[in-house]
Ligand binder design. Sequence first.
Ligand code: SPD
Length: 281
Amino acid sequence: MDLWFTETFGDVQAGWRIKQVLYQQRSRYQDVVVLDTVPFGRMLVLDGCVMTTERDEFAYHEMLVHPGLLAHPRPRAVCIVGGGDGGTVREVLKHATVERVVLAEIDEEVIAVSRKYLPSLASGLSDPRVEICVGDGAQYLREHEGDFDVVLSDSTDPIGPGVVLFGDDYFASAKRALRGTGLFVTQCKSLWVNVQMTRDVEARLAKHFRRVLPYVSMIPTYPTGSWSFHVASDGLDPRAPVDRARQEQIAGTTRYYTAAHQSGAFAVPAFYGRPADTVTT
Ligand code: SPD
């Protein structure tokens, strides 16, 4: 039998041929599905949206993590909101300066399923530097002012439980959770489907951070294959030259990120309609 999984976004549908459904349950928060696909290996799907696949996950997790962490002079404590599959944790742990990683994931089912079906992503979850806090990540940030050098938002899409992770209160809490001049990074949307939403998220972030920079990565299993992120800080500019030794160490482990992406990923298309650099004062 020919089995396909399709995700619909607006008037477009993307599909992947699947070998079998490995897991399918309703958790307390969402529909959790793991598929074995022909073209992309195992795929985690939450509420009908592709979250990650074995074959292209690195293009997302490396780009969520490395431009921001390398822009920080010495990231020691990192908080990840969401990210229960472990891919972001795995990339953060590559940074030798990192002593503590808090994973604040609301859905423990995602963590358990990823440990079982996606071990290449979840491997870092058992590292002694990692604390797993099952609960509301927004609340976690509210209760941990000044604890982190970097906060990474590895959320679901801005629907259902993910909506709050793109809101004003959440961005304010992320800012307050930072110590010194830290960085906040969030994944956003495809510029081809939701360009206005990406601009709106940038504008909302700019109410809380002096410099907000959008950047992009190519992730074939996300809607349109092109995905946006924002890095926000009061003083750090990820496009500026970074510590070469740290960068070489990271680039020696990656499959997507290269030194050229540290500034090149910030070349967003002209239709995004944004000046090359905006710093609010
Ligand atoms: N449309 C898919 C967006 C998913 C972003 N987060 C994925 C989590 C993977 N760690």
